[in-house]
Design a protein around this ligand. Structure first.
Ligand SMILES: *Cc1c(COP(=O)(O)O)cnc(C)c1O
Length: 357
């Protein structure tokens, strides 16, 4: 039996979206391939509220995280972490031989704008990474406040991991001054895994041109220049099947309307938070709680494993905590194409299994 996924990626994917992946192949050097990329680019620019160029990578989002920090750091990167995915960006930097410092916030809390200001004031850093929505803790960083600080340092490259938020929450990339905003196919966009996308500013590209040893497959300059010179084609063969599905799914997203989509995510989040507060607790401060997923503080010390086994028999799957929060929390994702009705049905079943109602 298929289990409906309420896990923070991969998410539930509609049948019609899945079937687009069975579209007959086209040549990756054909006019059709150029048109496919252009169609995706136009729609993603709307989704990211940007005039900057869009790049796809046939890798999951981690690939573009690696590309960003490796290609655009010349001096030293300031990595702000509020959980496991922030820490990951630091590991990526170090393993690529990039000079980087980690600025950690306590799990469940945000990156304070003052922390960013204090770090950048030293003049040591030329790149900053921020996790928009930390999927391990269920905390969403205040991007607008952080961006106000970033505005004071126009030479610093501003990179944002929006892997678990883009498509579910409004991110006004240009207004926020984000140079590289990254997401993956398998989260709030509602697609299968295997493709990641980012926005990239001219400033980031020009910066990268002066960085040595950018690698090859994830070289943002090579990707960008090829897109520009070869009519929106890629240096190597992209995942065309996922691109067909992405192009179609972006049409569905535009049909729903971006604002409607963001409202739907918020409605699901509020319902789930209220349920969590009534029966358990929220792990994050509600003011900064994620809109695409909820991390529940398992203060009743239920066995999440047993709960998930029972849910599985009924055709649902939720997620345990991530990393060091594995037993202390559990996570309910409400992203992608899930509806408030789906969430109500899931929570009704959890109530029933735990005899909460
Ligand atoms: C899932 C996730 C990642 C990793 O993305 P992949 O597509 O699995 O490489 C990075 N950051 C955040 C916040 C995530 O939720």
């Amino acid at each position: 039996m298929h289990k409906k996924l309420f896990v923070p990626g991969p998410v539930e994917v509609g049948e019609d979206v899945l079937s687009k992946m069975a579209t007959p192949m086209i040549g990756h050097r054909s006019k059709d391939a150029s048109n496919l990329q252009k169609s995706i680019t136009n729609k993603l620019k709307k989704l990211f509220y940007t005039e900057n160029e869009i790049l796809l990578s046939t890798s999951s989002g981690t690939g573009l995280m690696e590309a960003a920090v490796r290609c655009c750091t010349k001096e030293r990167a300031a990595i702000f972490s509020i959980g496991s995915f922030g820490d990951r960006w630091h590991e990526i930097a170090l393993s690529n031989g990039i000079q980087a410092d980690l600025f950690k916030s306590k799990p469940g809390t945000v990156t304070k704008p003052e922390m960013v200001d204090a770090a950048l004031k030293t003049g040591k850093y030329d790149l900053v990474t921020i996790t928009h929505n930390e999927t391990s803790t269920g905390v969403m960083n205040p991007l607008d406040e952080i961006s106000r600080v970033m505005n004071k340092y126009p030479d610093v490259i501003f990179c944002v991991d929006a892997v678990s938020s883009a498509g579910g929450v409004k991110i006004e990339t240009d207004k926020l001054g984000i140079d590289i905003c990254i997401t993956s196919s398998q989260k709030a966009l509602g697609l299968p895994p295997g493709l990641s996308m980012c926005t990239i500013s001219e400033k980031a590209v020009e910066k990268a041109r002066h960085v040595e040893n950018r690698g090859y497959y994830l070289d943002l300059v090579l990707l960008y220049d090829t897109i520009k010179k070869k009519d929106y084609q890629y240096p190597s063969t992209p995942n065309l099947s996922l691109m067909f599905a992405l192009d179609y799914q972006l049409d569905r997203i535009m049909e729903e309307g971006l604002e409607n989509r963001f409202d739907r995510h918020l409605a699901m989040a509020e319902y789930t938070r209220n349920w969590a507060k009534k029966n358990f607790n929220l792990f994050a401060d509600e003011k900064h709680a994620s809109v695409t997923m909820t991390t529940v503080d398992n203060n009743r010390k239920i066995s999440v494993r047993d709960l998930n086994l029972e849910l599985g028999k009924r055709g649902f799957a939720i997620s345990n905590g991530y990393g060091e929060l594995k037993e202390r929390t559990f996570r309910i994702a409400h992203m992608g194409d899930l509806t408030l009705e789906d969430i109500k049905e899931l929570l009704f079943n959890i109530d029933d299994i735990l005899s909460l109602a």
